[in-house]
Design a protein around this ligand. Structure first.
Ligand SMILES: [Mg+2]
Length: 261
């Protein structure tokens, strides 16, 4: 059984990039890791701020690593945003959507559709088709008084070319043009972890959040009251860890050490 600070862990919420893999290179024996979770009766799900891909695309990526996962095990920032929107607008309906196909499809699954005329809110996320028109149209709608939702604040994300503009870069442009701060749902907001724990049917003190970024994964896990484990296989370094308070519960070189700490 897996224990953290003497408490039995029943659920784990994992970040993917920098934890399980870097781009297409695995960072551990992924099939073995998932088998170890099962053997220790720990339910697992993944929470990613990457809203560019659908749940099916994430499942396909796991299949390439010879690991079978179920749709409920994937929580993207688009799903977290749609779930938060549904909480605020239980009657669903029209919203102004600026984002990639994955965001549009996810919102549609939650009962929302794009409309410029009778939108109740503006919902935006990272899109590679972002232009001056995107900033203009979203900021004009927000200035009319519509609440503004955005998937996640990560300013950049890693790519083989280096760190490239992420959702937060686009968010900064729309916030600058509209003068309004967005309502966020992805990490480091605790909301996606709260939705995750509902799916896992676990309490915060039975749940461990594993991530490679202190400012999103660990901060969000701590805010949600979960145990946290920082892995050094991704973005945050040992000096970032030393400067961070309060400390994560576990510090691991690699996620495969989780079961032999
Ligand atoms: Mg990561």
């Amino acid at each position: 059984m897996l224990h953290v600070n003497g408490k039995r862990i029943k659920g784990a919420i994992l970040d993917m990039d920098g934890v399980l893999w870097r781009h297409t290179d695995p960072l551990c024996d992924i099939p073995q890791l998932f088998k170890t979770f099962t053997d220790n009766q720990v339910k697992v799900m993944m929470a990613t701020n990457n809203g560019l891909h659908t749940v099916d695309e994430h499942i396909e990526k796991f299949r390439l690593f010879n690991t079978k996962i179920e749709p409920w095990q994937i929580m993207t920032s688009a799903i977290a945003t749609a779930a938060l929107l549904k909480k605020h607008f239980p009657n669903e309906g029209p919203v102004y959507i600026a984002g990639e196909a994955a965001l549009i499809k996810t919102l549609e699954e939650f009962g929302f559709h794009h409309s410029e005329k009778d939108a109740q809110a503006v919902v935006a996320g990272l899109t590679k088709k972002f232009t001056y028109e995107t900033i203009k149209n979203t900021s004009l709608a927000i200035q009319k008084g519509l609440p503004f939702y955005f998937t996640n604040p990560d300013p950049t994300y890693p790519s083989p070319e280096g760190n490239i503009p992420g959702a937060g870069t686009l968010l900064a442009a729309i916030e600058a043009a509209s003068g309004v701060k967005a309502i966020l749902a992805g990490k480091p907001l605790p909301f996606s972890f709260e939705v995750g724990m509902k799916r896992l049917k676990t309490k915060p003190d039975e749940t461990v959040v594993v991530g490679d970024r202190l400012t999103t994964d660990i901060l969000g896990g701590q805010e949600a009251g979960c145990f946290t484990a920082l892995v050094l296989s991704g973005v945050s370094t040992i000096s970032d860890y030393e400067a961070w308070e309060p400390k994560p519960n576990l510090l691991l070189e690699n996620i495969s050490e989780l079961f032999n700490q």
